[in-house]
Ligand binder design. Structure first.
Ligand code: NAD
Length: 294
């Protein structure tokens, strides 16, 4: 069997277009233009590429993009002062502080200083707690994207056996909460899990978010299962060139799975599309307008 490939690139483009249409409607009906502020401290090349891409897609969706680039030497107090200004700025509906931050800055303190209503990354403890207790929340973008991708295969996730590999605050933990909210039966695997292969073989849905190249093997996959690969790992191929691979051994897994996301063009593009969606949601909530139906 050869798995259906879940085209994250195309699904993300559709989502961005739907967000863009809603932004146009808000602008016409309510003179409201959502604004996203992205703060980058330092010169990390990967972060710079990511931030540029976020700004470009924000503008393409008809939103305002506010770009803050601070030097590597920026102090914590200076960054907190910027956050306070952005919290108070009515043109800014979403604030994203690109991680990692330089070591002189306490990232938890900075994330905790964000206005939870503008926390479009969903990393503030208030949003994490709201998600865990089933209250409306801004939810981390990558897990939201994963659920959307899984739902292109399964109209309902209710009752399915879902395995989440990885328990980070950014991906694994919020994904667990979202799957519970979808009534999936959730198993969590992590670095201390004894028999990952056995846990995998039971799962109708596998979400791999570990950061280990091709760790999940094809013979771990239950025939027909849906595999969502969050991992992004740069490896050197036999030809000496760098390439990106996921946490799943794609070629092997695609022989057995019912549906699978590729890397790249799988989960990655969904993350920025869901960031735009979160910014739209934040703008509506702050303006007292109903939740967008995108
Ligand atoms: P992390 O390092 O914070 O967490 C990794 C998790 O994997 C940990 O919870 C750990 O317990 C678990 N783990 C480690 N070794 C394991 C093992 N042998 N077996 C089972 N579990 C094990 O990483 P993260 O931030 O959650 O990111 C995970 C991966 O997802 C990385 O490759 C990252 O680049 C990628 N990522 C992609 C996107 C995207 O937009 N596509 C977004 C965020 C992260």
């Amino acid at each position: 069997m050869s798995a259906r490939v879940i085209d994250g690139q195309a699904i993300a483009a559709e989502l961005r277009a739907a967000v863009g249409a809603e932004v146009q409607r808000l602008s016409r009906a309510h003179a409201l233009t959502p604004g996203l502020a992205v703060v980058l401290v330092g010169e990390d090349p990967a972060s710079s590429v990511y931030v540029r891409s976020k700004a470009k897609q924000t503008v393409e969706a008809g939103m305002r993009s506010f770009d803050y680039r601070l030097p590597e030497s920026t102090g914590e107090a200076e960054l907190l002062a910027l956050i306070a200004r952005l919290n108070a700025d009515p043109a800014v509906h979403g604030i994203l502080v690109q991680l990692p931050l330089p070591k002189q800055i306490d990232a938890q303190k900075v994330l905790g200083a964000l206005d939870p209503a503008k926390d479009v990354d969903g990393f503030h403890p208030m949003n994490a707690g709201r998600l865990a207790t089933g209250l409306p929340a801004l939810v981390p973008c990558t897990p939201v994207g994963c659920i959307r991708l899984a739902k292109t295969v399964h109209a309902s996730l209710a009752g399915l056996d879902a395995l989440v590999i990885g328990r980070s605050n950014i991906v694994g933990k919020p994904l667990i909460q979202l799957l519970l909210a979808e009534n999936a039966t959730v198993t969590v695997a992590h670095s201390r899990t004894r028999d990952l292969g056995a846990a995998c073989r039971r799962a109708d849905l596998v979400f791999a978010a570990v950061g280990r190249p091709e760790m999940v093997r094809g013979d771990w996959i239950k025939p027909g299962a849906t595999v969502i690969d969050v991992g992004i790992n740069r490896v050197t191929g036999e030809n000496g060139k760098n390439r990106l691979v996921g946490d799943v051994a794609y070629a092997e897994a695609a022989e057995v799975a019912g549906a699978i996301t590729p890397v790249p063009r799988g989960v990655g593009p969904m993350t920025i599309a869901c960031l735009l969606l979160n910014t739209l949601r934040a703008a509506c909530a702050i303006a007292g307008l109903p939740e967008p139906t995108v």
